[in-house]
Write a protein that binds this ligand. Structure first.
Ligand SMILES: Nc1ncnc2c1ncn2[C@@H]1O[C@H](COP(=O)(O)OP(=O)(O)OP(=O)(O)O)[C@@H](O)[C@H]1O
Ligand SMILES: *[C@@H]1O[C@H](CO)[C@@H](O)[C@H](O)[C@H]1NC(C)=O
Length: 321
């Protein structure tokens, strides 16, 4: 039996988080309260979501019954952070053969200062992520889906979209344009599935999606989706709306719906979007339609918001019903 492959090309970061009562002034040195490192990067987070949402983990810690093969392609530096990121992805069942270790550059990091008030200050250094290059070799063997975000150079993402859509047969693509920038018009025709939140929808499309009544949101989402379809998006547009749920639009039939989120006790919404994308991707490569894939993604991301943390809060397939 051969499993469908999801290829994620994107960022791998180490998050360095310091908790402090207040941030120091210029020239000042103060004692902070605690420090911890976490694995991150939208690329790596989405690869983890694809792997866990297509697998079970037994109480003995054995990973089994995969419904997708997940390959991660990206760049880390030749340092401890890079080695640790790779081995952590591997322990979730991800093929990291395509994660290059580059000399003379550091692994990407996010330095995060969290004040007791909850205020965050974040500095991201792209490091090796900034040197991630496209290659046609990523498509042999051909994946069932290529998943991309924008934490690697935009040119790399645009080149990969083009390579995927010009492959024969074409490789279906999913773009999560985060952090959002305007895309060149001709990029859209190489996108099969576009997954955005309301902020990204507005930056890309210039069509605001206002969080309000359901009727209001549906109208705004329909207008934004129609714009993306007229730009060339081929299969589906998904607009995630946080606690309001998610809107989907089938580019071929025009069918669309707003799916409410699950009512859960919210602990930390970090990685909700990445979980949603992984869950959606796993269903799409297994032949489910957009409505079914969104329904699964809604349930998976609801589970993520009930737990603290980023990668650590992404559930395995059997952790929710
Ligand atoms: N408070 C919540 N309760 C239940 N589900 C939620 C909640 N917040 C988010 N979700 C689920 O997660 C999905 C993605 O969340 P959201 O739209 O906030 O993505 P995002 O902005 O990309 O998130 P992030 O960048 O924080 O990961 C939503 O469509 C919803 O299904
Ligand atoms: C949407 O995602 C972006 C990351 O691209 C994030 O900065 C922004 O806060 C998100 N918007 C909402 C409303 O969650």
């Amino acid at each position: 039996m051969s499993l469908p492959t999801i290829l994620v090309v994107g960022s791998l970061n180490t998050d360095l988080v310091t908790n402090t009562s207040r941030v120091p002034d210029a020239g000042e040195t103060i004692q902070a309260n605690s420090f911890a490192t976490f694995n991150g990067g939208k690329g790596a987070n989405q690869a983890v979501a694809c792997a866990r949402l297509s697998r079970l983990k037994t109480p003995q810690g054995i990973i089994t019954a995969p419904s997708a093969y997940v390959r991660m392609v990206g760049c880390v530096g030749n340092d401890d952070f890079g080695a640790s990121l790779k081995s952590s992805l591997e322990s979730d069942g991800i093929d990291v053969g395509g994660v290059q270790v580059l000399d003379n550059v550091a692994t990407g990091v996010a330095v995060i200062l969290v004040e007791s008030s909850g205020e965050n200050r974040i500095l991201i250094t792209a490091g090796a992520n900034g040197l991630c290059k496209p290659s046609p070799s990523y498509f042999s063997p051909a994946p069932a889906l290529l998943v991309l975000q924008l934490e690697v150079p935009l040119d790399t993402v645009l080149d990969l979209l083009k390579l995927a859509s010009e492959a024969s047969p074409p490789v279906p693509t999913l773009l999560n344009p985060a952090p959002a920038v305007e895309l060149p018009d001709d990029a859209y025709k190489s996108i099969s599935h576009l997954v955005v939140n309301e902020t990204e929808a507005a930056i890309l499309g210039g069509e605001p999606v206002r969080i309000g009544s359901d009727t209001q949101m549906v109208e705004d989402c329909q207008r934004a989706s129609q714009k993306f379809v007229s730009n060339g998006v081929k299969s589906s547009i998904i607009i995630t709306l946080g606690a309001k749920g998610a809107f989907w639009y089938d580019a071929r039939s025009g069918e669309n719906a707003l799916v409410p989120s699950e009512k859960v006790k919210v602990v930390d919404t970090t990685a909700a979007g990445d979980t949603f994308i992984g869950a959606f991707a796993v269903k799409i490569v297994n032949g489910y339609d957009v409505a079914e894939a969104v329904a699964y993604a809604i349930r998976a991301s609801a589970k993520t918001v009930t737990k603290q943390g980023a990668q650590s809060s992404i559930p395995w397939r059997d952790e929710f019903s």
